[in-house]
Design a protein around this ligand. Structure first.
Ligand code: PRP
Ligand code: URA
Length: 209
């Protein structure tokens, strides 16, 4: 396995991923579980953030505190990536949020861009791209292309479920990024859905089934 691909092993993450797969999981529970998985994966994916030391005065003494040096930008891929933003914002409240709007043409499976708005200082930030599903990889590859075109240099991609085809495609297209993926499934089916997967993540998050 590529050393830039980090597949989650934490039991809490795997338990919750199994719950969101279940077709009987309600929209409310699905949304809450995506939040919880994103929170746990956010912890795992930020382990290597650069730190700086600054003086802190406690009520007792002066000490040296450690703080995050590089600012973070979260970039959800619309629409399903929106379900992951609040969890990351709760642990990195100073993060700025950009948005990339893409949808897959259901016939060709090609990603179509309809929106892109990023923080102006994206080149100075650690970017974390959010999308629960990495199927063919077309959407993530295109989103990372747009983000790089606007200057971003350090990019991580966080997905909850990936297909082997999509993982390979995105790592080949962007050999400089790191991928944090909850779990890698078996394959894609002929319609480009991940098997076993969880169906359409956006529809299940927003109740548009
Ligand atoms: C889903 C998903 C990813 C994309 C993955 O979005 O959230 O963005 O498909 O597929 P790919 O790896 O083959 O590109 P979709 O296009 O269904 O849009 P939505 O989020 O608006 O539902
Ligand atoms: N997008 C989804 O939401 N689910 C899939 O299985 C594939 C792409």
């Amino acid at each position: 396995m590529n050393e830039r691909v980090h597949e989650m092993t934490h039991p809490l993450i795997l338990h919750k991923i199994s719950m969101i797969r279940d077709e009987k999981t309600t929209v409310k529970d699905f949304r809450e579980l995506v939040y919880e998985i994103s929170l746990l994966m956010g912890y795992e994916s930020t382990r290597d953030l650069d730190m700086i030391e600054q003086t802190v005065n406690t009520p007792i003494a002066e000490t040296t505190g450690k703080f995050i040096a590089k600012q973070v930008a979260l970039v959800p891929i619309l629409r399903a990536g929106l379900g992951m933003v609040d969890a990351l914002m709760s642990i990195i409240p100073a993060a700025k949020v950009g948005h990339v709007g893409l949808y897959r043409d259901h016939e060709t499976l090609e990603p179509k861009e309809y929106y892109c708005k990023l923080p102006p200082d994206i080149d100075k930030r650690q970017v974390i791209v959010l999308d629960p599903m990495l199927a063919t990889g077309g959407s993530s590859i295109a989103a990372i292309d747009f983000i790089k075109q606007r200057g971003a240099k350090r990019i991580k991609l966080m997905c909850i479920i990936g297909a082997p085809e999509g993982v390979e495609a995105v790592m080949n297209a962007h050999p400089d990024i790191e991928l944090f993926v909850g779990t890698i499934d078996e394959k894609l089916n002929e319609k480009g859905y991940i098997v076993p997967g969880l169906g359409d993540a956006g529809d299940r998050l927003f109740g548009t089934i």
